[in-house]
Structures are given as structure tokens and as C-alpha cells.
Design a protein around this ligand. Structure first.
Ligand code: TUI
Length: 308
């Protein structure tokens, strides 16, 4: 099954759920550029999600979806809003969405949970999900342990629904590799942070552009919520506190509101600049359409030119 046909979009590309970044306006811009846009509801409550869905609907006649971050304190309400607002696609992250899936499926929503291990993919298949997004630890934000290279084929072998690869994908070579691993499409986030349409502070875009191959790190491993961010003063301080085994509450003071400080204030010292390992490949701010066309054309060129 072709992912673009399954979703009713031009390219087999889904935008990552990026909390505080992916507004209704941004999701609509992604959909208008030919991929599947998602509203990142990670930092939202029910009213703000409803508003963003209405904004997206007014800005595009193409399909778009909502990403639900399962650690969101308002998750029960948000799970109802996507039904009431007749959202076409839901992706989930940072947990097991099993208990919500039957209601979403009854409402005709296409459901694609993000998983970081094959076991959860297998469990969720029984609930009637439409596909699964296998996200490797290369990605930005909340991450699992497995790499995309090891994870995707093992998820492909574990389930019979379509698999979408995520984590470490920013150009046509990586997109081609995802197809070679058995995926039917890709999810990208980091390479969209530096899009012209992305509504983040310019300091965030510049930090992604300036980042080199070794400039991300994972904070929060000790507390059980590992998050990949660009190295900065905040990240270094957090890692230092983790090494000292300081109490979780002390470290949480440091991260409280830190994603918002990055996205809205561009605070280069105390912000959490979530980004994946491919940040080192992102060199300039470009329009969404150009980013998607390059991914797609690059992928096709690579596939045609393979010699083994
Ligand atoms: O969810 C993400 N990426 C995110 S969420 C987020 S907001 C946040 N902010 C601060 C701390 C934590 C989160 C920023 N980035 N990606 C999808 C993803 N899901 N990655 C890993 C997982 C995952 C992990 C465990 C999915 C399921 C899971 O299951 C555990 C279980 O219950 O079986």
C-alpha cells in the first residue's frame, strides 16, 4: 500500500508532531506543500487544540491530522476533541494509546501510533490501527533506545500494517534507505524546523542550521524521559546534575517551560532546542515545498542509481 494513497496526499511524507512548534497554520502549510501536516498538541489543552484544528481547516482543503502526546495532562479531553472535530488522522507519541484506539476507529479516524520498539507495535496491531510509525533514537525530542536502522525492519517483521520510518531522515538517501528497510513512507521533523513557514523563533532555526553532526545530546535518561536536544548551557547543566544523581524535582526546575523558552523566546542558554541527529545536515532556511520535492526527487534518484 502506498502511504500517499492511504492518506490522500501527494508525497509519502508525514510531518512530526513537534509540540509548541506545529500550530494549525504550520500543519496546513505542510499539507498545502504536499505532505501530511499534523498539529502538535503536546503543549495544548482542549480549547486550544479545537482552535488550532479550526485554523488548519480554514487554511487548507487537503488532509491534515493531530499528534497526541500521551503524557499531556489533558489527554482525555484531547482524545475527545479529535472525534468531535472529525479529524482525519491521529498520530500518538510517548506512550501506549491502546485504550483510545477503538473510539477513534469508530469515528473513522486513521490512527498511526509512534512506537520506539517492535513489542508495542505488535500489541497495538490488535486494536485495528492503520499503520505504525517506527521512530529511531536519532530523532529529536522524546526518544527510545533503538536506532532507525535496527528498529524499522524489526517492526516490519512484527506487524502486517504499513510501517512509516522516522528518526534520522532529512534527505533523499535516508528516505531511500527507509524504503529499503521495508517502510512505505517517512516522518520528518528536524529538517522542517528550518523551513520558511515554521513559526519558531529565528534563534531556534539558526541553532539547527549551525549545529554539526555531534551537536545533539540526550537529557533525562536517568528520569525515564529521555529527550534529544541541541547541546547548549541548559543541556550541559542537566547532564551535570544527572551525573551527580540530584533529585528529579531539582532537575525538573531546569526544564520547566524550557521548550517554550526555545520556541517562543529563542533563549539560547536556558531553552530546550529539541532536534534530531540530522540537524548537522540542515544548512539553510527553505520553503516546505522545496524540502519535500528534494526528499522525493532525491529518493527516486538514489533508488535508480543503486548498484549492488
Ligand atoms: O513523542 C515523541 N517525541 C516527543 S514528545 C515530546 S513532549 C515531551 N517533553 C518533555 C518530556 C517528554 C516529552 C517531545 N518529543 N516521539 C514519539 C515517541 N514515542 N518516541 C518514543 C515514544 C514512545 C515511548 C514509549 C512510544 C511508546 C512508548 O511506550 C511505552 C509503553 O507504554 O509501552
Amino acid at each position: 500500500m502506498k502511504l500517499n494513497e492511504l492518506l490522500g496526499v501527494e508525497f509519502p511524507i508525514i510531518q512530526g508532531g513537534m509540540a509548541n512548534v506545529a500550530t494549525g497554520t504550520f500543519a496546513a502549510a505542510v499539507s498545502n506543500a504536499g505532505a501530511l501536516g499534523l498539529i502538535g498538541s503536546g503543549g495544548m489543552d482542549a480549547d486550544s487544540l479545537r482552535k488550532e484544528i479550526q485554523t488548519a481547516r480554514a487554511a487548507t482543503d487537503k488532509p491534515f491530522g493531530v499528534n497526541l502526546m500521551l503524557m499531556n495532562p489533558h489527554i482525555e479531553d484531547l482524545a475527545k476533541v479529535v472525534v468531535e472535530e472529525e479529524v482525519q488522522v491521529v498520530t500518538t507519541g510517548a506512550g501506549n494509546p491502546g485504550k483510545y484506539v477503538p473510539t477513534w476507529k469508530e469515528a473513522g479516524i486513521k490512527v498511526f501510533p509512534v512506537v520506539a520498539a517492535p513489542i508495542l507495535a505488535k500489541r497495538l496491531e490488535r486494536y485495528g490501527i492503520d499503520g505504525v510509525i517506527a521512530e529511531g533514537t536519532e530523532s529529536g525530542g522524546h526518544v527510545g533506545e533503538m536506532t532507525t536502522m535496527a528498529l524499522v525492519p524489526q517492526v516490519v517483521d512484527a506487524v502486517s500494517v504499513p510501517v512509516i520510518a522516522a528518526g534520522g531522515i532529512a534527505d533523499g538517501r535516508q528516505m531511500a534507505a527507509a524504503f529499503a528497510l521495508g517502510a512505505c513512507g517517512v516522518q520528518v521533523g528536524t529538517c522542517l524546523l528550518a523551513s520558511a513557514e515554521c513559526p519558531i523563533h529565528d534563534n531556534y532555526k539558526q541553532a539547527v542550521i549551525k549545529a554539526g553532526a555531534n551537536d545533539t545530546t540526550v537529557t533525562g535518561r536517568t528520569g525515564g524521559a529521555p529527550v534529544r536536544v541541541l547541546k547548549n548551557k541548559m543541556a550541559r547543566e542537566y547532564l551535570r546534575m544527572e551525573k551527580q544523581n540530584l533529585p528529579l524535582e531539582e532537575m525538573e526546575k531546569l526544564t520547566l517551560g524550557s521548550l517554550r523558552r526555545a520556541v517562543f523566546d529563542g533563549d539560547v542558554d536556558t531553552g530546550s532546542f529539541m532536534a534530531g541527529q540530522v540537524a548537522g545536515m540542515v544548512k539553510e532556511v527553505r520553503p516546505l515545498r522545496a524540502i519535500f520535492e528534494d526528499l522525493m526527487n532525491g529518493c527516486q534518484t538514489v533508488v535508480k542509481g543503486l548498484t549492488v
